[in-house]
Design a protein around this ligand. Structure first.
Ligand code: GTP
Ligand code: SPV
Ligand code: MN
Length: 611
């Protein structure tokens, strides 16, 4: 017997409003689940669902002494990351999705989804998960309800969002909410055994920007399934932001306090997926004089405040971070954050019930269970953890979480960074010449592809404007136009833009820059630029630090090494601008004139460097 409207009403909290009940009943009638539960976000619910998943084999409980209340999940190899080729923007007009998104006609897609979701939850429990992106009731926050047939999703949503009854209470007050429907797409016939990671070979991650709807089918992993994150907080929110004069960005947020003066600086930074946001957000400065506090590690919602400055909030409540490469050496604060109450997906399991991944501290164990669930030894020759294996951890557990991380009005942004993985060409740091140049810097971001998406060739260089290529819910060139408008509106108050690159390599393939905590030196220069303590030198890609102004104390970097970090090969940059121009051409006349103008100015600077 599948769930009836009667059952929906019986399961719902007393204050669930009529529009919610009707929508849930409609989805239940379509997907025919066996049972229904409304998530309240309680500890009891977490304990029950995690125990249920341990029993069914979805979760492995980790060693209670080493990792209390922590669980390991292993996905199928066909479901390990976002699937960009199956991500659709279903705007009425194709040009509103733009050439960098996969577009589908909303009417046709709705018909397809109706077919896919028919009976999709048979044999499963439908969970109704109300959530808030941003502090509950905050002026910049937004509400949503995710319906999902995955208890793994429910537990992850409890960490990543403010989930449960408190969100329902706000919805009950009549606040707007975004409906998001998710199914792993594996109905169970009578008596059919479930598997540890149900998912469908055919996946649809779909967005309807004009009606603020999200429908996701076939995947249980990360951004495909935790619909508050990329689907809502970036793709749908970016379209809302354009309509309503704010910004939804793939950015970390951090607070830097100068210990001598107590002055605070807030920095947001956009790097493509798996390019260092979590690491920079939790930076441990190697130079004296600064304290870093984390506000967010992946998404920033930014709005002009009453004083005309730009204010940012982190819409999330947890971190869904890349595990490999994370250690006490590279990111001690992340290591501290994941000590308890965390979910690990696709990492390896040690013999004493703890987690392991490539790059974690200590010796490589002689034996592990790898992310496939198989025995592993160092001789296996394969990675024990998947390159896109992740930890899901409560942000509040981060030892350096900012005291204002839940300030409903956000923090005032002083500088915006754009970066990516660039082995060549891009210097360590460059400052914008003028606001439009800042937008040009964002628009021309290119980065070597990582394992964060399954269907893009890792290692290849691709354009990823504003680190938003997979996350912009509308035409990318219109998005550049929106940035220019926001800059115009805020004038002098709009934060200065910097381009950074921690990933430049020498001829032998060695990093030219030590990265991680040493990135504090770049932040220090940016702060001293803001206070007017140091000058910058004009160059081809922007304005650079003077060698003598930059704090290199204790680093083995002499002037020759410095020169490599900032080397500009005019021919290589000429070629890069040819490529950028070609990339821009696909947007036709939607490319703002100010951006074309910046390209011309860039070429003039190259010509001057050649002369
Ligand atoms: P998403 O969650 O996918 O959006 O990624 P992210 O931008 O938060 O990436 P994250 O900080 O998790 O970093 C991904 C990988 O880059 C990790 O393996 C890090 O160890 C590595 N990394 C981060 N910062 C640096 C750095 O400064 N230098 C070098 N060489 N590697 C870094
Ligand atoms: C990213 O890919 O940028 C992520 C991970 O932050 S996911 O939530 O899976 O998109
Ligand atoms: Mn991300």
């Amino acid at each position: 017997m599948s769930v009836t409207e009667q059952d929906v009403r019986a399961a719902a909290p007393a204050n669930a409003p009529e529009d919610v009940l009707n929508w849930v009943a409609e989805i239940a009638a379509l997907t025919t689940p066996d049972a229904i539960e409304f998530a309240d976000g309680s500890q009891e619910e977490w304990d029950r669902l995690t125990s249920l998943m341990v029993e069914s084999g979805v979760f492995t409980r980790l060693n209670e002494e080493k990792r209390p209340n922590c669980f390991l999940a292993r996905s199928l190899p066909s479901d390990v990351a976002r699937v960009e080729s199956r991500t659709f923007i279903c705007s009425e007009k194709e040009e509103d999705a733009g050439p960098t998104n996969h577009w589908a006609d909303p009417v046709e897609m709705k018909a397809t989804l109706k077919e896919k979701f028919t009976g999709a939850m048979k044999g499963r429990t439908m969970y109704v998960v109300p959530f808030s992106m941003g502090p509950l009731g905050g002026p910049i926050s937004q509400l949503g309800i995710e319906i999902s047939d995955s208890p793994y999703v429910v537990c992850n949503m409890r960490i990543m969002t403010r989930m449960g009854q408190a969100a329902m209470d706000l919805i009950a007050e009549g606040k707007p909410w975004v409906p998001a429907v998710h199914s792993v797409g594996v109905p169970l016939e009578e008596g059919q055994e479930d598997t540890a990671w149900p998912c469908n070979e055919e996946k649809y991650i779909t967005h309807f920007p004009e009606t603020n709807e999200i429908w996701s089918f076939g995947s249980g992993y990360g951004g495909n399934a935790l619909l508050g994150k990329k689907c809502f907080a970036l793709r749908i929110a970016s379209t809302m932001a354009r309509r309503d004069g704010w910004m939804a960005e793939h950015m970390l947020i951090l607070r830097l306090t100068r210990e001598t003066t107590g002055q605070q600086f807030h920095v947001t930074a956009a790097f493509p997926s798996a390019c260092g946001k979590t690491n920079l957000a939790m930076l441990q400065p190697t130079i004296p004089g600064y304290t870093v506090e984390t506000v967010g590690d992946d998404i920033a919602w930014m709005r002009p405040g009453p004083d005309g400055r730009l204010y940012a909030i982190n819409p999330e409540a947890g971190f869904f971070g890349v595990a490999p490469g994370t250690s006490y050496d590279t990111n001690p604060m992340a290591m501290e954050t994941m000590k308890a109450n965390s979910i690990f997906t696709n990492v390896a399991l040690t013999d004493d019930g703890d987690v392991w991944w490539e790059g974690i501290d200590g010796d490589v164990p002689a034996h592990l269970i790898d992310w496939h669930g198989n025995d592993w030894t160092p001789e296996s020759g394969e990675k024990a953890a998947h390159p896109n294996s992740r930890f899901t951890v409560p942000a509040a557990q981060c030892p350096i979480i900012c005291s204002d991380w839940e300030a409903p009005q956000g923090v005032a942004v002083d500088a915006i960074l754009f970066g990516g993985r660039r082995a060549t060409n891009v210097p360590l740091v460059a400052e914008q010449y003028e606001p439009a140049h800042g937008v040009f810097i964002g628009a021309s971001v290119a980065s070597e592809v990582t394992a964060a998406a399954t269907d893009v060739k890792a290692g290849s260089l691709r354009h990823d404007p504003f680190a938003m290529l997979p996350f912009c819910g509308y035409n990318m060139a219109d998005y550049w136009g929106h940035w220019l408008e926001m800059q115009d509106k805020l004038g002098e108050n709009f934060p200065k833009v910097y381009q950074v690159n921690w990933f430049r390599k020498d001829e032998d393939g060695n990093w030219l820059w030590p990265g991680y905590g040493e990135n504090s030196r770049v932040l220090d220069w940016i702060v001293r630029r803001a206070t007017g303590e140091v000058e910058a030198i004009d160059g081809v890609t922007g304005r650079y630090p003077k060698f003598e102004d930059f704090n290199l104390d204790g680093l083995d970097i002499d002037e020759a090494h410095w020169a490599k970090l900032f080397a500009i090969d005019p021919d290589a940059w000429s070629a890069e601008m040819d490529d950028t121009e070609e990339y821009f051409a696909q947007f036709g006349d939607k490319v703002p004139a100010a951006i074309r103008e910046q390209l011309a100015k860039f070429r003039e600077r190259i010509a001057a460097a050649k002369a």
